[in-house]
Design a protein around this ligand. Sequence first.
Ligand code: ZN
Length: 482
Amino acid sequence: MSRVAASTEFETVIGLEVHVELSTESKMFCACRVTFGDPPNTHVCPVCLGLPGALPVPNRRAVEYAVRAALALHCEIAPVTKFDRKNYHYPDLPKGYQISQFDRPLGTNGYLDVPLPGGGTRRVRIRRLHLEEDAGKSLHDPRLGTLVDLNRAGVPLIEIVSEPDLRSPEEARAYLQELRNVMLYTGVSDVRMEEGSLRCDANISIRPVGSDAFGTLVEVKNMNSFRAVKQALEYEAERQRAVVLSGERVVRETRHWNERAGQTTPSRSKEEAHDYRYFPEPDLVPLRLDADWVEQIRRSLPELPAERRARYERLGLSAYDASVLVDQRPLADFFDACLDRGADAKQAANWVMVELQGYLNETGETLADTRMTPEGLVALLRLIEEGTITGKIAKEIFPELVRTGGDPRSIVEARGLVQIADREALYAVVKEVLAQNPAAVEDYRKGKTNAVGFLVGQVMKATRGRANPALANELVRQALEE
Ligand SMILES: [Zn+2]
């Protein structure tokens, strides 16, 4: 880039490479179990250790999951695909190579429509999706030095490479969120970022707004959370901008995000030389994917997040509410179960998003930890609808309903919370309240109409929230006029 004026506006250009660990029961090329958190090196065998003479055998389920993910991302599926050796030296890779896919990836030319935080969507093209095996994990112990755990070595991964179609760190985060949703909905991965089953590297450059040319790419690694992705890319875009404005050149390099320091730093390791000397894996024949089998997988795809959001919007939910539900699949499934039982969409969405989510946030529990059932919530909504309880009472008993999972009607009756909608009974309470608040009654007679609100409040208080609010209001006015 030549000298740029300080007033130049820049645009950020981002492409992401995402690794997703597949939720298979066994590893990519051997029968070792896939687990998380087991004692180090308890799930290893000659194949995943790469011992001489050990022969890899592809895991059919892993191939199926990769095809499933590729189809959900609208990729073309290669009828014939092959495995290659990616050679590099690293302590957590004792065999010295990783089995991956080089020139014939399983999926190509896909896309993902990403809902943007400010509304609208951006279509991000997927360049490729390929299968590979994971490496092991280095553990750093202050006393013993660096130790290697190979339980993860050989776990099936897919790598999803996007085109540089993202235009801000915020969009990159939204892309990642949506990609995570798709993986979750298709069931190919549990995508737990904190357990490393979703990992992300980014290519980022900047260019003056209006320019079509790409700036110098910097690769950013080691971003371990959605928040880290956004922060790291914000830092990096700003850093590149400062470099360009000072008249210098951005250096093509790999940088690591240092979360604690809040900055990216150049990676100095030698293995970043990127000469992987790929060659076809000699122990595996090319993989032929039967067209009927692929078609069968396509037909078995569930409703995807974008379709689910669209369906919720057709039910009258706002785009924001639809996204909140879809981003948390257990809540969305719960909401759907309520709809199946005849709940009103807006009402149910409101209770799921405000009361239920509020309860979960407050207690730190997940929906599965609770006894809350769709039947319970639908029954509660029905009690409000038919006037047996007020919305206020419903909110009051809600936590008990979540904890015990009982029948809301029994809870209401046991606690004596049935709404007072009986005119005569409520009128008696109103008369009593007026007798106890002569000052407010006097105010009303002097023309201060807001005294009505105060008196209705007192009636609600006297009935512990059980009075029908509209009736209470009507009866207070009637009593004041007498
Ligand atoms: Zn093994």
